[in-house]
Design a protein around this ligand. Structure first.
Ligand SMILES: [Zn+2]
Length: 333
C-alpha cells in the first residue's frame, strides 16, 4: 500500500465514522467525498433496509473500472444469481443477489464511480441481498459481471436506444374520460398504450408508460419524465367527442410546434391502415406545459360516433392502430 492509498484509507475511515454517527442519530447527511456522493436517509425512511444498512453502505475510492460502481461478490456467486429490476419512473434500480452471507458487505465495500446515482441502500431479507440505487434522472442500468464483481453504470435511455418514447394513456384510475355506447375512453387508450408499449419494445425501442391507475398525474410530472429520459416523443392517447351531431368521425392530432408535420404523417398513416377519415392536425394547442417538449396528442377516433366507438373498442382495430403507430415511431419520426 503506498502513501496515497494510506491517505485515502484514513479519509475513508473518517468518512465512515461520520456516516455511522449520522445514521445512529438518524440524520440526513449529504457528503461529497472526492467525487463520490453518498446520501443516507433517516432511519425511519429506510423501511426494510433499516436493520442491516448501518455498516454496509460504504464507498471506497478504488476506481478499478472507471465510470462503474463495483459491487464485490464472493467467488461462489454466478451471474445467474443476480437479478436487476428496474423501476424507472421511480428512478430506482434494484440489484438482487442470492448466495451472499448476511455479513459479507460489512467487510467488502462498494467502490468506484457513482455518477448519476443519488443514493445507495443495502438490505438483506430472506437470504437475498438487495442493493437499491436511486438515480438522479430516469436511467438505464448497464451492467457487467466478472467473477468476484458486479459492475453497474447508469446511462441515459437515449444513449442506449435509437428510440425513446413516453406513452400517456390520457385517462385512468378515477378518471375514465368519455363513456359513450358502453365504451370507456380509458379502456381504449389503456389497451392501445399497453399493446403499443409491447410492440415498440419488441422492436428495440425503449418505452416509458405513464401510470394513471394509481394516482393523478400532472402535465408537469409528464414533462419532467419526458425530459429526464431524453425521449424522442411524448404520445398522449385520447378519443375525440362531438356530442352535438354524433356524426363526426376520424383520427385527429394536436402537436407541439416541432411535431406538427410529423403528426400529419401519423394521422395519414392511421387513416389509411384503419380505414378512418383523416381529420389531420387541428389548430388546438397541446396543454400548457407540454408545448416545449416533442408531443403528439392523438385522438384515435371520435367516441360519440357509434360506429367508431365500437370499432375503437375492438381488438382488430387496436392491433392495426398499434402496428401503424409503431411503424410511424420507428420509421418516420
Ligand atoms: Zn380524453
Amino acid at each position: 500500500m503506498n502513501n496515497n492509498d494510506k491517505k485515502e484509507r484514513t479519509g475513508i475511515t473518517a468518512f465512515l465514522s461520520l456516516f455511522i454517527f449520522a445514521l445512529s442519530v438518524g440524520l440526513v447527511i449529504l457528503t461529497d467525498y472526492s467525487g463520490i456522493t453518498v446520501m443516507a436517509e433517516s432511519r425511519a425512511e429506510r423501511g426494510v433496509f433499516n436493520k442491516r444498512a448501518e455498516n454496509e453502505m460504504v464507498s471506497e475510492l478504488i476506481s478499478d473500472r472507471s465510470g462503474y460502481l463495483r459491487i464485490p461478490l464472493p467467488d461462489t456467486v454466478e451471474e445467474g444469481d443476480i437479478d436487476v429490476i428496474e423501476e424507472p419512473l421511480k428512478k430506482r434500480i434494484f440489484i438482487q443477489i442470492s448466495g451472499v452471507d448476511e455479513d459479507y458487505y460489512k467487510e467488502n465495500f462498494f467502490s468506484g464511480d457513482m455518477t448519476g446515482i443519488r443514493d445507495v441502500k443495502y438490505g438483506f431479507l430472506n437470504g437475498i441481498s438487495t442493493v437499491e440505487l436511486e438515480t438522479e434522472k430516469i436511467r438505464v442500468p448497464v451492467t457487467d459481471y466478472i467473477r468476484g464483481s458486479f459492475y453497474v453504470n447508469v446511462a441515459s435511455p437515449a444513449e442506449i436506444y435509437d428510440r425513446v418514447v413516453v406513452i400517456d394513456p390520457g385517462h385512468g384510475g378515477d378518471d375514465p374520460g368519455s363513456i359513450v355506447y358502453g365504451v370507456e375512453e380509458k379502456v381504449v387508450t389503456a389497451n392501445v398504450a399497453l399493446k403499443l408499449g409491447k410492440e415498440l419494445e419488441s422492436r428495440g425501442a425503449k418505452v416509458y408508460l405513464i401510470n394513471r391507475e394509481e394516482a393523478s398525474v400532472s402535465e408537469s410530472d409528464i414533462a419532467r419524465t419526458v425530459n429526464e429520459c431524453d425521449a424522442d416523443l411524448l404520445l398522449t392517447l385520447h378519443t375525440g367527442a362531438d356530442a352535438d351531431t354524433r356524426t363526426t368521425k376520424g383520427v385527429e392530432a394536436r402537436a407541439s410546434d416541432d411535431m406538427k408535420e410529423k403528426a400529419e404523417i401519423l394521422t395519414g398513416m392511421l387513416s389509411a391502415s384503419c380505414d378512418q377519415r383523416d381529420l389531420k392536425v387541428s389548430e388546438g394547442k397541446v396543454p400548457e406545459g407540454l408545448s416545449d417538449i416533442p408531443c403528439i396528442w392523438l385522438r384515435l377516433g371520435v367516441i360519440t360516433n357509434k360506429e367508431e366507438a365500437l370499432k375503437m373498442n375492438s381488438e382488430g382495430y387496436q392491433d392495426k392502430a398499434v402496428k401503424t403507430i409503431a411503424d410511424f415511431i420507428l420509421n418516420r419520426l
